[in-house]
Design a protein around this ligand. Sequence first.
Ligand code: AMP
Ligand code: MG
Length: 418
Amino acid sequence: MSGFDSPDDKGNNPHRMLSLEEAIERSLAATPKLGGETISLNDAEGRFAASDARAKVSLPGFDNSAMDGYAVKSCDLKSATADSPVGLMCVGVIPAGTFPADSVASETCMKLYTGSPIPDGADAVIMQEDCRSTSGDGATILCNERVKPWENIRLKGEDVRKGDVVFTAGARITAGSIGLLAASGYDRVEVGRRPRVGLLATGSELTEPPRGLKPGKIYESNRAMLDSLVVRVNAEPTPYPIVPDSLDDTVAALEMAFAENDVVVTSGAVSVGDHDHVKPAIELLGGSVDFWKIAIKPGKPFVLGQVRGKPVFGLPGNPVSALVTYLMMVRPALLNMQGARGWRLAKRPGRLVDEMINRGDRRHFARVTIDDQGLVRSAGGQRSHMLGSLAKANGLVDLPPKSRLAKGERIEVIPIDQ
Ligand code: AMP
Ligand code: MG
């Protein structure tokens, strides 16, 4: 990467238009993995495993009962029916959490519960509902049903075997995998470190509450919006004060953000206007800049740079462009930094209620709503400053250049909240 006005020494013209795929590839290549940390399993949901984990025990850990009932020898009950039950002498009880010292001999049984270990000698469990006891003390049990060998028994290791890989590096830790890890003897797990993300907003027109709006000013909205997205991928956002359009202020703000974070995300000031100071500021800090136009709408100007090995993403200032370029370019990078295997955006199938047209020559990520039935509608105005339709939208539809998607067409929607 080098200056932004002329081809660099690799012959890249920083003004050329990149495909989205190439831009994502460059983003991923520019973001270093942060390494791992060991955390409590209780905090691990949604994080990404930094190493493989193997089961420390088999699941189940021993043969045990799937039912409340009696451990029996199945051959004893071959002739049992409701009209002609077979009586077995009950020789003991096995509460859950204990291990039976005695074994089951012919024509005897032991009472047990779901999860109780199976005593030696027994090869099946008859459900309590298929038995009754003859006397008050329950010593003789009348069995009304036959049982097959190993019926109602959960076998040691049938679910997971000790030493099995329960988890591979890069996998997302879900509630189910937390359950499996806990059952396998883990209370801590090694995961990719959370990227600390400094959020900067540039623009002398920007202000924030409790200040009132002076003529020509607008309320700043990108930091809070990006903050809400960044936490969805485990990153730790820190918003910094609004940066006025001056080179010195931009350099100072970037310097502070780089000192305290693993990655910096700016919005605004990445075009070619007189007040677009992000690129020169990165270079003044000794960093390098790659400036591209990505062939998507909204979100054409985009800066990828680095300062002392830390990446910086310069998003366009228009709120919709900032959101779309964040989702397309920054989100994968934040996941990559954590060692995540899956960084691609999820998609939901849907069907268009009205036709959608893209007359432009760039892919258009149009704001849509998708309902529970999968019906997809335009969320309204599609220009890149329009927050009204962005707030209404819950998805984006990728409209190819110069395309017309017909009413009723099956399409895929990219949910925004991911
Ligand atoms: P820029 O990319 O700096 O040329 O800004 C493009 C448009 O987005 C302008 O209308 C800005 O006022 C607006 N804008 C830039 N940054 C923000 C922000 N953080 N919040 C809201 N609007 C912004
Ligand atoms: Mg600006």
